[in-house]
Design a protein around this ligand. Structure first.
Ligand code: AMP
Ligand code: MG
Length: 494
């Protein structure tokens, strides 16, 4: 108690209005604790747009106080830090109890505009759920998470956000000795499928009911009036997950560790680790060097998401009642995912709606690209530029088999000549980014950051915040990856 009073005295007041709903769930759901301080922290990266959204005072945001607060060294007045408990299936196997092993939920703030957001530290020290881990995150993976969260948001793909990264020269042991960092993440909620699995598998059905009620009341209020609210919740999560998978597949994003504890109950992309935006198109691509069986390969993602939804359905079964009702809630996935993917691919081609024609054109071009490992982002951007008037030559140049590319272009002409909707260049430009966070770009920014030069992190953030525009001053970032990019190995180690 004395310690708490002392900490409260040292707390920094940001003026943010905190109201910590998750903390209200009670001690079965978490352990209250303080972040563990790091030595001599420094700023690595800040998202001004996220700070503005939260309503953080511009003046305060730049102070030493803010640095200390966002490295976990001094508390924020009004926050109620805690680590939550969850469980999960990892690589298809029940892993038992996990939890926030290196994350601390600070609480929830209501920005001037927009819905409430929880703020969470990642890498802020050990918790009761750290198991064998040290509670830390390294600079490398923190920069990747920060940049990718903000990049995905700008790509209009549901995701947790990131406010800032702070670093410290404090050593952290991974395969080599690296240094520590803390990412401040933001999301309406960080609840995962694994939270539901935890209370279900341990037979804590009252808590399971409480958690389900909490998620429905706060995030899916329409489910309250359904005949079977937990089944209605499952159906809604199924729908959001299906559209998230379509977004990942269309942009060429591989998550890398789709364990059920890394699946958001809100259908957000969460826990950026060994993710990758594909360079050359390869349906079998595996982004996670530790994933030797390819369980989480690019082409497996939609199927794995369904498997994970099935695990969520099992967890909710004590509340849903009839297995048939749970299966009925999952069933729409099989139609929703392909329909949403078709719509997104049609938009990449320039059409507002999918049709048999856009489906055939998509299948044809992806088959050709898979055969040649054609660069995925570059093909699509050049396609949009071609619709906007650029010559087809830059597009044809991407293929070794030019005759096959010409045949596809011919089929596209024929499709457009059939009198149906015409392709819109603007739509294609808005669905085919000029720049994505390729591995080699992150690696270059990280190499500089390791020498305390954070300029590339800042510049990359600015470009990734506007991914559908051209950035002539950083033309190389929109170009082909260097040869060494294919030898980058990103593992679970972070
Ligand atoms: P991840 O694969 O990063 O999603 O992590 C899986 C589980 O391991 C989660 O419960 C994490 O909190 C935990 N974890 C990962 N790395 C660490 C670490 N360095 N220290 C403590 N816990 C960790
Ligand atoms: Mg995780």
């Amino acid at each position: 108690m004395q310690e708490e009073a002392q900490l409260a005295n040292q707390a920094f007041d940001t003026g943010l209005p905190w109201h910590n709903r998750f903390a209200g769930l009670g001690p079965a759901f978490y352990t209250r604790l303080q972040p563990v301080a790091v030595r001599e922290p420094y700023w690595v990266a800040r998202s001004q747009s996220m700070a503005r959204e939260l309503g953080l005072e511009e003046d305060w945001w730049r102070t030493q106080e803010a640095l200390e607060a966002f490295s976990g060294n001094r508390p924020l007045a009004g926050s109620q830090p805690l680590a939550s408990v969850y469980s999960g299936h990892q690589f298809g196997v029940w892993a038992g109890q996990l939890g926030d092993g290196r994350a601390v939920l600070l609480g929830e703030v209501t920005p001037p505009q927009g819905p409430s957001l929880e703020l969470q530290f990642k890498g802020s020290g050990m918790t009761p759920y750290s198991r064998m881990g040290d509670g830390r995150a390294v600079l490398r993976s923190s920069i990747r998470e920060f940049l990718c969260s903000e990049a995905m948001h700008a790509l209009r793909i549901p995701t947790t956000r990131a406010l800032c990264v702070t670093g410290s020269d404090q050593p952290v042991r991974r395969e080599t000795i690296e240094t520590a960092a803390v990412v401040t993440r933001a999301a309406p909620s960080f609840i995962r499928f694994g939270h539901f699995e935890h209370f279900s598998h341990t037979g804590q059905h009252e808590e399971l009911k409480k958690l389900t009620g909490y998620v429905i009341d706060n995030f899916y209020p329409a489910c309250r009036d359904a005949a079977n609210p937990p089944a209605a919740l499952l159906a809604e999560v199924t729908s959001r997950t299906a559209s998230l998978m379509a977004a990942w597949q269309a942009i060429g994003f591989c998550h890398g560790v789709m364990n059920t504890d890394n699946m958001s109950i809100l259908g957000l992309t969460i826990d950026y680790g060994p993710f990758q935006f594909m360079d050359g198109f390869d349906p079998n691509h595996i982004s996670n060097h530790s994933d030797t069986s390819g369980r989480y390969a690019y082409k497996q993602q939609p199927q794995v998401a369904y498997w994970n939804l099935f695990a969520l359905a099992q967890a909710l079964l004590p509340l849903i009642g009839e297995p048939d009702d749970a299966m009925a809630a999952l069933e729409p996935y099989k139609a929703l995912f392909p329909a949403e993917l078709d719509r997104r691919m049609a938009a990449k081609l320039g059409f507002a709606q999918a049709s048999d024609g856009t489906r055939a054109l998509t299948a044809d071009i992806l088959a050709l690209m898979a055969g040649e490992r054609t660069d995925y982002p570059i093909f699509w951007r050049r396609w949009a530029e071609h619709l906007a008037g650029a010559s087809a030559d830059t597009l044809r140049d991407l293929f070794v088999d030019r005759a096959a590319a010409d045949r596809w272009l011919q089929r596209f002409q024929e499709h457009s000549a059939q009198g149906g909707p015409q392709p819109e260049a603007g739509l294609a430009l808005e669905n085919n980014p000029s720049v994505v966070l390729r591995n080699h770009l992150a690696e270059q920014a990280i190499a500089l950051a390791n020498q305390k030069d954070f300029s590339m992190v800042e510049q990359l953030l600015a470009v990734l915040e506007n991914p559908f525009k051209d950035h002539p001053e950083h033309a190389a970032w929109a170009g082909f990856p260097p040869d060494w990019a294919s030898s980058i190995q990103i593992s679970c180690s972070s």
